[in-house]
Each structure stands twice: as structure tokens, then as C-alpha cells.
Design a protein around this ligand. Structure first.
Ligand code: MG
Ligand code: MG
Length: 266
């Protein structure tokens, strides 16, 4: 069942979204050659604590509970990387995915950051992945079903010559980080037939394309969490929490508007 949220509930979710946006401001200020992924995670967790926001990723169940406030995935790591002693080098790309709850409402967002100067083809991968997310959000204003958005997303990525990861998808979000529906970044006949959903006011979803430079295939690492590309080529991940309102889609994890600035202290 897909939960539809009232305007008041969406406003409450914006508080969580602003905290997640602030966490990314913190992360981006820490990312540089020589820093460890654990240092990024610690800065984000400290930020959440300062905002009285509850980190959502810590303790997510798995073979081992997820141990950190962020998933941090470097280069060929697609998603779900565990922060640790790995030192970032110039030319790396680092995906930081994090979420929190504020007053029981959740927000979730991911950004892939360049570390120092990166190769032009890797920059193109980042541009494609952030671009396909922006396009999807825009299409949510005019399309009536998710399958139509997902079809366009897959085409956008294909036109770049890259591949959409199919093993992981976006999700509904609200009181819990992961709710119905599943939100794929590609469309299959089975999805259109059995799992498609309407884009209507009150829908709140986390849209999160993962794009690989080479094959779409991924595999899990022995740490039970990290997913990497099977060909070792880089991957990128961008995510926003998006609500559909009577006035169209709004991004809940975006930068504060002028009138919201008093609500955030970065
Ligand atoms: Mg996320
Ligand atoms: Mg998510």
C-alpha cells in the first residue's frame, strides 16, 4: 500500500530533508584528497546530533547491522559501502548516501562527489547521473505514472553510453525510510503490469539512480554490504526525497529557500 501524505505531513518531512541537505553540506566540506571515509561519516553523524536528527542508516538490519550514519562508496563501489580507514585520492569519486529522521519523519539523499580533479569521462558519468535525477523530478510534474518516468530515465542513461543499475531501486519514504512503492530507474513489462503507480499529490518517494560506466552488473563484497561493479569501472549515485504536491513535485532534500533559512543552522 502506498501512503499518501497531507500538506502538513510533507511540511514535517521537509524538516528532515533540510537536515539531510545540511549533512551533505558538511560532507562536501570534508571531501578532499587525504581524508578517510570514516572522517566523512563522523562529520555527518556529528551534524545530525547537532540538529537533534536521528541517523537512519546505523543499525539497518543485514547479516551484520549497518555500522555507520552514511553509506560511502568509492569509485567502482556502487552503493552500501562501509566508512572506514580508506584514504581518498585525487581522481576518486565518492558517493555519500545518508538519511535521518526529525520528529519521526524521514529524509534520504545521496551525492557522488569528485575528489580533486577527476578524468573527463568520470565527470561525464557524474553529469549523467545527476542529470537523469533532475530530469526524473521534472517529469514527475507532467507524467501520470512512474513507468513513463522510468522509461525516460533508462533512455537518458543509454544515450550517454552508460548503464542503469537494476539490482537496487528507489522507494517510498515517510515514517519509515523504506516504504512502498519500489521506484526503479528503468522499466520492464512486468513492472508496468504489476508494480506501476500513479504520480499524484501526496506521493513521497526517494528517487535514486545508480549509473555504471560499464556493465550494469554488480556484486556483493564479503563485508555483507558493499556492492561493486563486476568490471571494476566507476559508478555514480544521486538521490533526492521528492514529494508531489497540488503545485507539482518539490524536492524535500534541497537547499533551504530564503524563508526557510531560520530553520537550518549549518
Ligand atoms: Mg539513500
Ligand atoms: Mg534511498
Amino acid at each position: 500500500m502506498v501512503n499518501l501524505r497531507s500538506a502538513r505531513e510533507i511540511a514535517a518531512m521537509r524538516r528532515a530533508g533540510l537536515a539531510v541537505w545540511g549533512a551533505h553540506q558538511t560532507a562536501s566540506s570534508v571531501v578532499r584528497p587525504g581524508v578517510t571515509t570514516a572522517e566523512i561519516d563522523q562529520a555527518v553523524e556529528a551534524f545530525f546530533v547537532s540538529q537533534r536528527a536521528v541517523p537512519l542508516f546505523k543499525g539497518v538490519p543485514g547479516k551484520v547491522p549497518f555500522p555507520a550514519a552514511c553509506c560511502i562508496s568509492v569509485n567502482d563501489e556502487v552503493v552500501h559501502g562501509i566508512p572506514g580507514p580508506r584514504v581518498l585520492l585525487a581522481g576518486d569519486v565518492v558517493s555519500v548516501d545518508t538519511g535521518c529522521s526529525v520528529n519521526g519523519w524521514c529524509g534520504d539523499s545521496a551525492v557522488t562527489y569528485p575528489v580533486g580533479d577527476i578524468a573527463p569521462d568520470v565527470q561525464k558519468l557524474l553529469d549523467c547521473t545527476s542529470g537523469v535525477l533532475a530530469m526524473a523530478i521534472q517529469l514527475m510534474a507532467s507524467k501520470s505514472r512512474w513507468s513513463d518516468v522510468a522509461t525516460e530515465m533508462a533512455k537518458y542513461v543509454r544515450d550517454y553510453g552508460f548503464s542503469v543499475v537494476e539490482n537496487f531501486v528507489g522507494h517510498g519514504i515517510g515514517r519509515n525510510m523504506h516504504e512502498e512503492p519500489q521506484v526503479p530507474n528503468f522499466c520492464t513489462p512486468a513492472f508496468r503490469r504489476n508494480h506501476d503507480f500513479e504520480l499524484k499529490p501526496g506521493l513521497v518517494i526517494a528517487v535514486e539512480p545508480m549509473v555504471n560506466m560499464g556493465t550494469k552488473k554488480v556484486r556483493g563484497m564479503p563485508d555483507h554490504w558493499t556492492q561493486t561493479t563486476v568490471d571494476g569501472r566507476p559508478s555514480a549515485h544521486f538521490e533526492h526525497t521528492v514529494a508531489i504536491t497540488e503545485n507539482g513535485p518539490i524536492v524535500l532534500t534541497s537547499a533551504p529557500l530564503a524563508e526557510e533559512l531560520s530553520a537550518v543552522a549549518v
